[in-house]
Design a binder for this molecule. Structure first.
Ligand code: FAD
Length: 457
Protein backbone atom coordinates (compact mmCIF):
# COMPACT_ATOMS: atom_id res chain seq x y z
CA UNK A 1 0.00 0.00 0.00
CA UNK A 2 1.28 3.43 -0.87
CA UNK A 3 -0.27 6.62 0.45
CA UNK A 4 0.56 9.86 -1.32
CA UNK A 5 0.52 13.08 0.64
CA UNK A 6 2.05 16.52 0.26
CA UNK A 7 3.95 17.88 3.19
CA UNK A 8 5.78 21.16 3.61
CA UNK A 9 9.19 19.58 3.88
CA UNK A 10 9.41 18.42 0.30
CA UNK A 11 9.76 20.58 -2.78
CA UNK A 12 7.68 18.40 -5.02
CA UNK A 13 5.75 16.12 -2.80
CA UNK A 14 6.28 13.34 -0.37
CA UNK A 15 5.09 9.88 -0.08
CA UNK A 16 4.45 7.52 2.74
CA UNK A 17 5.77 4.18 1.71
CA UNK A 18 4.32 1.69 4.11
CA UNK A 19 7.30 -0.57 3.50
CA UNK A 20 9.67 2.16 4.74
CA UNK A 21 7.28 3.16 7.52
CA UNK A 22 7.83 6.87 7.05
CA UNK A 23 7.63 9.88 4.81
CA UNK A 24 10.10 10.16 1.96
CA UNK A 25 10.73 13.47 0.23
CA UNK A 26 11.46 13.75 -3.47
CA UNK A 27 13.28 16.60 -5.13
CA UNK A 28 12.22 15.64 -8.64
CA UNK A 29 9.08 14.14 -10.08
CA UNK A 30 11.16 11.53 -11.92
CA UNK A 31 12.67 10.33 -8.61
CA UNK A 32 9.21 9.88 -7.18
CA UNK A 33 8.11 7.92 -10.22
CA UNK A 34 11.14 5.65 -9.99
CA UNK A 35 10.59 4.88 -6.31
CA UNK A 36 6.88 4.43 -6.91
CA UNK A 37 7.57 1.95 -9.70
CA UNK A 38 10.08 0.07 -7.56
CA UNK A 39 7.47 -0.22 -4.82
CA UNK A 40 4.94 -1.60 -7.26
CA UNK A 41 7.53 -4.06 -8.54
CA UNK A 42 8.15 -5.16 -4.95
CA UNK A 43 11.70 -3.82 -5.08
CA UNK A 44 13.37 -1.81 -2.35
CA UNK A 45 14.09 1.83 -2.99
CA UNK A 46 17.83 1.61 -2.29
CA UNK A 47 18.29 5.30 -3.02
CA UNK A 48 16.56 6.49 0.15
CA UNK A 49 18.79 8.24 2.70
CA UNK A 50 17.93 9.81 6.07
CA UNK A 51 17.99 13.61 6.46
CA UNK A 52 16.59 14.67 9.85
CA UNK A 53 13.12 13.34 10.41
CA UNK A 54 12.47 12.63 6.76
CA UNK A 55 14.24 10.39 4.38
CA UNK A 56 15.30 11.86 1.09
CA UNK A 57 15.34 10.04 -2.17
CA UNK A 58 18.75 10.61 -3.75
CA UNK A 59 19.53 10.27 -7.39
CA UNK A 60 22.18 7.59 -7.27
CA UNK A 61 21.56 6.10 -10.67
CA UNK A 62 24.40 5.17 -12.95
CA UNK A 63 25.51 7.42 -15.78
CA UNK A 64 24.81 5.33 -18.85
CA UNK A 65 25.79 6.28 -22.39
CA UNK A 66 23.66 5.03 -25.26
CA UNK A 67 25.18 5.24 -28.74
CA UNK A 68 22.48 5.59 -31.41
CA UNK A 69 19.06 7.16 -31.14
CA UNK A 70 17.10 4.76 -33.32
CA UNK A 71 14.28 2.56 -32.06
CA UNK A 72 16.62 0.38 -29.99
CA UNK A 73 18.63 3.27 -28.53
CA UNK A 74 15.59 5.27 -27.48
CA UNK A 75 13.83 2.20 -26.08
CA UNK A 76 16.76 1.37 -23.83
CA UNK A 77 17.30 5.01 -22.85
CA UNK A 78 13.68 5.21 -21.75
CA UNK A 79 13.68 1.84 -19.97
CA UNK A 80 16.78 2.83 -17.97
CA UNK A 81 15.76 6.45 -17.50
CA UNK A 82 12.59 5.31 -15.75
CA UNK A 83 14.80 3.73 -13.11
CA UNK A 84 16.48 7.03 -12.33
CA UNK A 85 19.71 6.37 -14.20
CA UNK A 86 21.30 9.36 -15.88
CA UNK A 87 21.22 8.48 -19.55
CA UNK A 88 22.98 10.31 -22.37
CA UNK A 89 21.97 9.34 -25.90
CA UNK A 90 24.62 10.08 -28.53
CA UNK A 91 23.16 10.26 -32.02
CA UNK A 92 25.24 10.99 -35.11
CA UNK A 93 22.43 12.62 -37.11
CA UNK A 94 21.67 16.30 -36.73
CA UNK A 95 18.10 15.45 -35.68
CA UNK A 96 16.41 12.45 -34.13
CA UNK A 97 14.22 10.75 -36.69
CA UNK A 98 13.28 7.62 -38.62
CA UNK A 99 12.77 6.86 -42.27
CA UNK A 100 9.24 6.97 -43.66
CA UNK A 101 8.16 3.36 -43.84
CA UNK A 102 6.03 0.86 -42.00
CA UNK A 103 6.97 -1.68 -39.43
CA UNK A 104 5.13 -4.75 -38.18
CA UNK A 105 4.99 -5.39 -34.46
CA UNK A 106 4.21 -8.87 -33.20
CA UNK A 107 2.32 -9.59 -29.96
CA UNK A 108 5.66 -10.10 -28.21
CA UNK A 109 6.44 -6.41 -28.82
CA UNK A 110 3.05 -5.24 -27.52
CA UNK A 111 3.86 -7.14 -24.35
CA UNK A 112 6.97 -4.94 -24.04
CA UNK A 113 4.92 -1.79 -24.64
CA UNK A 114 2.67 -2.84 -21.80
CA UNK A 115 5.70 -3.33 -19.53
CA UNK A 116 6.99 0.12 -20.51
CA UNK A 117 3.55 1.74 -20.03
CA UNK A 118 3.51 2.80 -23.67
CA UNK A 119 0.48 0.84 -24.89
CA UNK A 120 -1.85 3.81 -24.97
CA UNK A 121 0.56 6.04 -26.90
CA UNK A 122 1.29 3.26 -29.39
CA UNK A 123 -2.37 2.33 -29.87
CA UNK A 124 -3.17 5.92 -30.79
CA UNK A 125 -1.01 5.76 -33.90
CA UNK A 126 -0.88 2.07 -34.77
CA UNK A 127 -3.14 0.15 -37.13
CA UNK A 128 -4.52 -3.26 -36.24
CA UNK A 129 -4.82 -5.39 -39.40
CA UNK A 130 -7.57 -7.93 -39.81
CA UNK A 131 -5.25 -10.76 -40.90
CA UNK A 132 -1.79 -11.81 -42.00
CA UNK A 133 -2.05 -13.20 -45.54
CA UNK A 134 0.09 -14.62 -48.26
CA UNK A 135 -0.86 -14.78 -51.94
CA UNK A 136 1.11 -16.15 -54.87
CA UNK A 137 2.59 -13.19 -56.73
CA UNK A 138 2.14 -14.75 -60.20
CA UNK A 139 -1.27 -16.42 -59.98
CA UNK A 140 -2.72 -14.16 -57.29
CA UNK A 141 -4.14 -17.23 -55.49
CA UNK A 142 -4.48 -17.16 -51.70
CA UNK A 143 -1.83 -19.33 -50.02
CA UNK A 144 -2.54 -18.73 -46.35
CA UNK A 145 -4.61 -16.41 -44.14
CA UNK A 146 -4.12 -16.00 -40.39
CA UNK A 147 -7.04 -13.93 -39.04
CA UNK A 148 -6.37 -11.36 -36.34
CA UNK A 149 -10.00 -10.34 -35.81
CA UNK A 150 -11.48 -6.88 -35.44
CA UNK A 151 -9.46 -3.84 -34.56
CA UNK A 152 -7.46 -4.39 -31.40
CA UNK A 153 -8.38 -8.06 -31.33
CA UNK A 154 -5.94 -10.28 -29.52
CA UNK A 155 -3.83 -13.08 -30.88
CA UNK A 156 -3.91 -16.31 -28.87
CA UNK A 157 -1.37 -15.05 -26.32
CA UNK A 158 -3.45 -12.01 -25.41
CA UNK A 159 -1.53 -9.19 -27.11
CA UNK A 160 -2.40 -7.70 -30.49
CA UNK A 161 -0.50 -7.76 -33.77
CA UNK A 162 -0.10 -4.20 -35.04
CA UNK A 163 1.58 -2.18 -37.74
CA UNK A 164 2.97 1.29 -37.29
CA UNK A 165 4.67 4.07 -39.18
CA UNK A 166 8.33 4.06 -38.10
CA UNK A 167 8.22 7.80 -37.62
CA UNK A 168 5.32 7.40 -35.18
CA UNK A 169 6.96 4.62 -33.17
CA UNK A 170 10.16 6.65 -32.96
CA UNK A 171 8.19 9.73 -31.91
CA UNK A 172 6.44 7.83 -29.11
CA UNK A 173 9.83 6.73 -27.76
CA UNK A 174 11.36 10.18 -28.21
CA UNK A 175 8.50 11.89 -26.36
CA UNK A 176 8.76 9.33 -23.56
CA UNK A 177 12.50 10.06 -23.27
CA UNK A 178 11.97 13.82 -23.40
CA UNK A 179 9.53 13.58 -20.51
CA UNK A 180 12.31 12.30 -18.22
CA UNK A 181 14.71 15.04 -17.11
CA UNK A 182 17.46 12.52 -16.42
CA UNK A 183 17.73 11.57 -20.13
CA UNK A 184 19.97 13.83 -22.22
CA UNK A 185 19.55 13.61 -25.97
CA UNK A 186 22.56 14.75 -27.99
CA UNK A 187 22.52 15.04 -31.77
CA UNK A 188 25.42 15.62 -34.20
CA UNK A 189 27.44 13.39 -31.92
CA UNK A 190 29.10 10.55 -33.79
CA UNK A 191 30.91 7.91 -31.78
CA UNK A 192 34.35 7.40 -33.31
CA UNK A 193 35.85 5.06 -30.71
CA UNK A 194 35.68 4.31 -27.02
CA UNK A 195 37.80 2.99 -24.18
CA UNK A 196 37.00 1.75 -20.71
CA UNK A 197 38.75 1.57 -17.37
CA UNK A 198 37.81 -0.06 -14.07
CA UNK A 199 34.75 2.07 -13.35
CA UNK A 200 34.10 4.15 -16.43
CA UNK A 201 33.74 4.33 -20.18
CA UNK A 202 34.99 7.17 -22.36
CA UNK A 203 33.36 7.78 -25.72
CA UNK A 204 35.35 9.84 -28.21
CA UNK A 205 33.23 11.65 -30.76
CA UNK A 206 34.27 12.21 -34.35
CA UNK A 207 34.60 15.97 -33.74
CA UNK A 208 37.11 15.43 -30.94
CA UNK A 209 34.74 15.87 -27.98
CA UNK A 210 34.61 13.25 -25.23
CA UNK A 211 31.66 11.93 -23.23
CA UNK A 212 32.23 9.91 -20.07
CA UNK A 213 29.89 7.50 -18.35
CA UNK A 214 29.85 4.37 -16.24
CA UNK A 215 28.52 2.10 -18.99
CA UNK A 216 27.96 2.15 -22.74
CA UNK A 217 25.05 0.51 -24.54
CA UNK A 218 25.72 0.62 -28.27
CA UNK A 219 22.56 0.68 -30.35
CA UNK A 220 24.38 2.06 -33.37
CA UNK A 221 22.79 -0.26 -35.90
CA UNK A 222 23.90 -2.61 -38.64
CA UNK A 223 27.23 -0.89 -39.31
CA UNK A 224 28.04 -0.52 -35.60
CA UNK A 225 31.41 1.03 -34.72
CA UNK A 226 31.29 -0.50 -31.26
CA UNK A 227 30.68 -3.96 -32.68
CA UNK A 228 33.85 -3.58 -34.73
CA UNK A 229 35.80 -3.26 -31.49
CA UNK A 230 33.96 -5.93 -29.47
CA UNK A 231 33.08 -8.63 -32.00
CA UNK A 232 35.29 -7.68 -34.93
CA UNK A 233 33.45 -9.76 -37.50
CA UNK A 234 33.84 -7.33 -40.39
CA UNK A 235 31.11 -5.96 -42.60
CA UNK A 236 27.54 -7.27 -42.49
CA UNK A 237 26.58 -10.12 -44.83
CA UNK A 238 24.96 -8.68 -47.95
CA UNK A 239 22.04 -10.98 -48.70
CA UNK A 240 21.77 -10.07 -52.38
CA UNK A 241 18.20 -8.87 -51.75
CA UNK A 242 17.07 -5.25 -51.90
CA UNK A 243 13.86 -3.67 -50.63
CA UNK A 244 12.09 -0.79 -52.35
CA UNK A 245 9.68 1.10 -50.16
CA UNK A 246 6.95 3.69 -50.64
CA UNK A 247 4.08 5.07 -48.60
CA UNK A 248 0.85 6.25 -50.26
CA UNK A 249 -1.97 8.30 -48.82
CA UNK A 250 -5.21 6.38 -48.27
CA UNK A 251 -6.98 8.46 -50.94
CA UNK A 252 -4.32 7.56 -53.54
CA UNK A 253 -5.10 3.84 -53.26
CA UNK A 254 -8.14 2.76 -55.30
CA UNK A 255 -10.59 0.75 -53.21
CA UNK A 256 -10.07 -2.46 -55.22
CA UNK A 257 -6.36 -2.36 -54.29
CA UNK A 258 -6.81 -1.33 -50.66
CA UNK A 259 -6.69 -4.02 -48.00
CA UNK A 260 -6.76 -3.86 -44.21
CA UNK A 261 -4.66 -7.04 -44.04
CA UNK A 262 -0.90 -7.39 -43.93
CA UNK A 263 -0.70 -8.99 -47.36
CA UNK A 264 2.40 -10.56 -48.81
CA UNK A 265 2.57 -11.56 -52.47
CA UNK A 266 5.36 -14.17 -52.68
CA UNK A 267 7.07 -15.43 -55.82
CA UNK A 268 10.29 -16.39 -57.49
CA UNK A 269 13.03 -14.23 -55.95
CA UNK A 270 10.52 -11.45 -55.33
CA UNK A 271 7.78 -10.43 -52.98
CA UNK A 272 5.59 -7.44 -52.30
CA UNK A 273 4.12 -6.70 -48.90
CA UNK A 274 1.58 -4.00 -48.09
CA UNK A 275 -0.54 -2.85 -45.17
CA UNK A 276 -2.19 0.33 -43.85
CA UNK A 277 -0.45 2.62 -41.39
CA UNK A 278 -1.33 5.40 -38.95
CA UNK A 279 -4.92 4.43 -38.09
CA UNK A 280 -5.46 3.58 -41.76
CA UNK A 281 -4.53 7.02 -43.15
CA UNK A 282 -1.50 5.71 -45.06
CA UNK A 283 -0.65 2.63 -47.11
CA UNK A 284 2.79 1.06 -46.89
CA UNK A 285 4.40 -0.92 -49.71
CA UNK A 286 7.68 -2.81 -49.69
CA UNK A 287 8.84 -4.66 -52.82
CA UNK A 288 11.75 -7.04 -52.34
CA UNK A 289 13.81 -8.77 -55.02
CA UNK A 290 17.20 -10.34 -55.60
CA UNK A 291 19.63 -7.88 -57.12
CA UNK A 292 23.33 -7.21 -57.27
CA UNK A 293 22.75 -3.47 -57.74
CA UNK A 294 22.71 -1.67 -54.44
CA UNK A 295 24.16 1.21 -52.47
CA UNK A 296 25.13 0.56 -48.88
CA UNK A 297 22.62 2.27 -46.63
CA UNK A 298 18.94 2.62 -45.96
CA UNK A 299 17.97 5.78 -47.73
CA UNK A 300 18.99 5.88 -51.39
CA UNK A 301 16.70 6.01 -54.43
CA UNK A 302 15.75 2.79 -56.20
CA UNK A 303 15.69 2.04 -59.92
CA UNK A 304 12.01 1.74 -60.94
CA UNK A 305 12.86 0.06 -64.28
CA UNK A 306 14.70 -2.77 -62.51
CA UNK A 307 11.73 -3.20 -60.18
CA UNK A 308 9.31 -3.45 -63.12
CA UNK A 309 11.55 -6.01 -64.79
CA UNK A 310 11.70 -8.19 -61.66
CA UNK A 311 7.93 -8.12 -61.21
CA UNK A 312 7.16 -8.58 -64.94
CA UNK A 313 5.39 -11.90 -64.26
CA UNK A 314 3.36 -10.63 -61.32
CA UNK A 315 -0.45 -10.78 -61.41
CA UNK A 316 -2.41 -7.65 -62.53
CA UNK A 317 -3.27 -6.50 -59.02
CA UNK A 318 0.40 -6.37 -58.04
CA UNK A 319 1.38 -4.69 -61.32
CA UNK A 320 -1.29 -2.07 -60.79
CA UNK A 321 -0.11 -1.33 -57.28
CA UNK A 322 3.52 -1.02 -58.31
CA UNK A 323 2.59 1.29 -61.18
CA UNK A 324 1.10 3.82 -58.75
CA UNK A 325 4.52 4.66 -57.35
CA UNK A 326 6.96 6.87 -59.22
CA UNK A 327 9.71 7.19 -56.67
CA UNK A 328 11.02 4.32 -54.57
CA UNK A 329 13.49 4.45 -51.73
CA UNK A 330 15.89 1.53 -51.48
CA UNK A 331 17.28 -0.52 -48.62
CA UNK A 332 20.08 -3.00 -49.05
CA UNK A 333 19.23 -6.06 -46.96
CA UNK A 334 21.97 -7.44 -44.76
CA UNK A 335 22.33 -9.55 -41.67
CA UNK A 336 25.06 -11.35 -39.76
CA UNK A 337 25.66 -14.81 -38.42
CA UNK A 338 24.64 -15.00 -34.76
CA UNK A 339 27.33 -14.63 -32.11
CA UNK A 340 27.17 -15.53 -28.41
CA UNK A 341 29.30 -12.66 -27.13
CA UNK A 342 28.63 -9.01 -27.84
CA UNK A 343 29.71 -7.64 -24.44
CA UNK A 344 32.99 -6.43 -23.03
CA UNK A 345 32.71 -5.55 -19.33
CA UNK A 346 30.94 -2.16 -19.22
CA UNK A 347 30.11 -2.07 -22.89
CA UNK A 348 27.39 -4.03 -24.63
CA UNK A 349 25.48 -4.02 -27.92
CA UNK A 350 21.74 -3.85 -28.49
CA UNK A 351 19.37 -4.24 -31.45
CA UNK A 352 20.84 -4.44 -34.95
CA UNK A 353 24.31 -3.76 -33.59
CA UNK A 354 24.09 -7.05 -31.66
CA UNK A 355 21.97 -9.32 -33.87
CA UNK A 356 21.00 -7.83 -37.24
CA UNK A 357 18.47 -9.96 -39.06
CA UNK A 358 16.72 -9.97 -42.41
CA UNK A 359 13.25 -8.46 -42.28
CA UNK A 360 11.39 -11.62 -43.32
CA UNK A 361 10.24 -12.36 -39.78
CA UNK A 362 9.40 -8.68 -39.15
CA UNK A 363 11.21 -8.76 -35.81
CA UNK A 364 14.40 -6.65 -35.92
CA UNK A 365 12.94 -3.65 -34.14
CA UNK A 366 10.83 -5.88 -31.90
CA UNK A 367 13.92 -7.72 -30.74
CA UNK A 368 15.67 -4.40 -30.05
CA UNK A 369 12.76 -3.40 -27.81
CA UNK A 370 12.86 -6.76 -26.04
CA UNK A 371 16.62 -6.22 -25.54
CA UNK A 372 15.91 -2.89 -23.86
CA UNK A 373 13.50 -4.47 -21.40
CA UNK A 374 15.80 -7.39 -20.58
CA UNK A 375 18.76 -5.09 -20.10
CA UNK A 376 16.74 -2.97 -17.71
CA UNK A 377 15.70 -6.06 -15.73
CA UNK A 378 19.28 -7.35 -15.63
CA UNK A 379 20.54 -4.03 -14.31
CA UNK A 380 17.86 -4.00 -11.60
CA UNK A 381 18.82 -7.54 -10.64
CA UNK A 382 22.57 -6.94 -10.55
CA UNK A 383 22.11 -3.60 -8.81
CA UNK A 384 25.13 -1.43 -9.65
CA UNK A 385 27.30 -4.25 -11.03
CA UNK A 386 27.23 -3.21 -14.67
CA UNK A 387 29.52 -5.96 -15.99
CA UNK A 388 27.41 -8.65 -14.34
CA UNK A 389 24.19 -7.06 -15.60
CA UNK A 390 25.49 -6.94 -19.17
CA UNK A 391 26.53 -10.60 -18.99
CA UNK A 392 23.09 -11.58 -17.66
CA UNK A 393 21.42 -9.56 -20.41
CA UNK A 394 23.50 -11.18 -23.14
CA UNK A 395 23.05 -14.69 -21.75
CA UNK A 396 19.30 -14.17 -21.72
CA UNK A 397 19.17 -12.80 -25.25
CA UNK A 398 21.62 -14.51 -27.56
CA UNK A 399 19.76 -17.75 -28.27
CA UNK A 400 16.38 -16.12 -28.81
CA UNK A 401 17.81 -13.48 -31.13
CA UNK A 402 19.93 -16.09 -32.95
CA UNK A 403 16.78 -18.10 -33.57
CA UNK A 404 15.12 -15.01 -35.02
CA UNK A 405 18.16 -14.28 -37.24
CA UNK A 406 18.22 -17.81 -38.66
CA UNK A 407 14.45 -18.20 -38.96
CA UNK A 408 14.28 -14.90 -40.87
CA UNK A 409 16.62 -16.32 -43.53
CA UNK A 410 14.47 -19.42 -43.82
CA UNK A 411 11.28 -17.35 -44.21
CA UNK A 412 12.97 -15.43 -47.03
CA UNK A 413 13.52 -18.72 -48.85
CA UNK A 414 9.85 -19.63 -48.40
CA UNK A 415 8.59 -16.28 -49.68
CA UNK A 416 10.90 -16.34 -52.70
CA UNK A 417 10.46 -20.01 -53.60
CA UNK A 418 10.28 -21.03 -57.25
CA UNK A 419 9.38 -24.15 -59.25
CA UNK A 420 8.44 -27.26 -57.30
CA UNK A 421 9.34 -25.64 -53.98
CA UNK A 422 6.85 -22.84 -54.67
CA UNK A 423 4.13 -25.32 -55.65
CA UNK A 424 4.78 -27.41 -52.56
CA UNK A 425 4.75 -24.29 -50.37
CA UNK A 426 1.36 -23.26 -51.74
CA UNK A 427 -0.18 -26.73 -51.32
CA UNK A 428 1.14 -27.23 -47.79
CA UNK A 429 0.01 -23.83 -46.56
CA UNK A 430 -3.37 -24.14 -48.26
CA UNK A 431 -4.04 -27.47 -46.55
CA UNK A 432 -3.16 -26.15 -43.06
CA UNK A 433 -5.56 -24.67 -40.54
CA UNK A 434 -5.85 -20.91 -40.05
CA UNK A 435 -4.15 -21.04 -36.68
CA UNK A 436 -1.27 -23.28 -37.83
CA UNK A 437 0.85 -20.25 -38.71
CA UNK A 438 0.60 -18.93 -35.17
CA UNK A 439 1.56 -22.29 -33.70
CA UNK A 440 4.80 -22.25 -35.70
CA UNK A 441 5.62 -18.79 -34.40
CA UNK A 442 4.46 -19.26 -30.84
CA UNK A 443 8.03 -19.22 -29.54
CA UNK A 444 8.34 -15.74 -31.01
CA UNK A 445 4.92 -14.24 -30.37
CA UNK A 446 4.54 -15.50 -26.80
CA UNK A 447 7.68 -13.54 -26.16
CA UNK A 448 9.34 -13.05 -22.84
CA UNK A 449 7.90 -12.37 -19.43
CA UNK A 450 10.21 -9.65 -18.05
CA UNK A 451 9.10 -10.08 -14.45
CA UNK A 452 10.04 -13.77 -14.48
CA UNK A 453 13.51 -13.33 -15.97
CA UNK A 454 15.70 -12.86 -12.93
CA UNK A 455 13.49 -13.81 -10.02
CA UNK A 456 15.31 -13.83 -6.72
CA UNK A 457 13.34 -16.71 -5.18
C1 FAD B 1 12.94 -3.56 -45.32
C2 FAD B 1 12.94 -3.71 -43.82
C3 FAD B 1 11.76 -4.01 -43.19
C4 FAD B 1 11.75 -4.20 -41.80
N1 FAD B 1 10.57 -4.52 -41.20
C5 FAD B 1 10.55 -4.73 -39.87
C6 FAD B 1 9.33 -5.08 -39.23
O1 FAD B 1 8.28 -5.17 -39.87
N2 FAD B 1 9.34 -5.29 -37.88
C7 FAD B 1 10.50 -5.16 -37.14
O2 FAD B 1 10.45 -5.34 -35.92
N3 FAD B 1 11.67 -4.85 -37.74
C8 FAD B 1 11.73 -4.62 -39.06
N4 FAD B 1 12.90 -4.29 -39.68
C9 FAD B 1 14.14 -4.23 -38.86
C10 FAD B 1 14.28 -2.90 -38.15
O3 FAD B 1 14.18 -1.84 -39.05
C11 FAD B 1 15.63 -2.84 -37.44
O4 FAD B 1 15.89 -4.04 -36.79
C12 FAD B 1 15.63 -1.71 -36.42
O5 FAD B 1 15.43 -0.47 -37.05
C13 FAD B 1 16.94 -1.69 -35.64
O6 FAD B 1 16.94 -0.62 -34.75
P1 FAD B 1 18.29 -0.15 -34.06
O7 FAD B 1 17.91 0.98 -33.18
O8 FAD B 1 18.99 -1.33 -33.49
O9 FAD B 1 19.20 0.36 -35.26
P2 FAD B 1 18.99 1.57 -36.25
O10 FAD B 1 17.57 1.79 -36.54
O11 FAD B 1 19.90 1.32 -37.40
O12 FAD B 1 19.50 2.84 -35.44
C14 FAD B 1 20.87 3.09 -35.26
C15 FAD B 1 21.03 4.55 -34.87
O13 FAD B 1 22.38 4.76 -34.50
C16 FAD B 1 22.87 5.90 -35.15
N5 FAD B 1 24.32 5.70 -35.29
C17 FAD B 1 24.97 4.83 -36.11
N6 FAD B 1 26.30 4.91 -35.94
C18 FAD B 1 26.50 5.86 -34.98
C19 FAD B 1 27.66 6.39 -34.37
N7 FAD B 1 28.89 5.96 -34.71
N8 FAD B 1 27.52 7.34 -33.42
C20 FAD B 1 26.27 7.77 -33.06
N9 FAD B 1 25.14 7.32 -33.63
C21 FAD B 1 25.24 6.35 -34.57
C22 FAD B 1 22.11 5.96 -36.46
O14 FAD B 1 22.11 7.26 -37.00
C23 FAD B 1 20.73 5.49 -36.01
O15 FAD B 1 19.95 6.56 -35.53
C24 FAD B 1 12.94 -4.08 -41.05
C25 FAD B 1 14.14 -3.74 -41.70
C26 FAD B 1 14.14 -3.56 -43.07
C27 FAD B 1 15.44 -3.22 -43.75
Amino acid sequence: MICISVDGRAQVGSVLFESFGQVVAFRHRSHFLVAFRRCIDGRTAHNVTRTGNTREYMDQGLHILVAGGGIGGLAVAYALGRDGHDVTVIEQASEFGEIGAGIQLGPNVFRMFSYLDLTEAINEVAFFPSALCMNDVCTGERVVRMPLGDEGARTPNGYPYGVIYRVDLHQVLLSACRALPNIRLRTSARLAHFEQSAGSVQVHLADGRRVDGEALVAADGLWSKVREAIVGDGKPRVSGHVAYRAVLKREDVPSHLWSDEVRLWGGEKTHLVHYPLRRGELFNLVAVFHSSKYDEGWDTFGDASELRERFARACPQVQELLARIEMWKMWVLCDRDPVMNWTDRRVTLLGDAAHPMLQYLAQGAGQAIEDAVVLREALCHASRDVALAFQLYQQTRYLRTARAQLTARFYGDIYHASGVTRELRNRLFQSGTESAGFVGLQWMYDGINPKQLFRRD
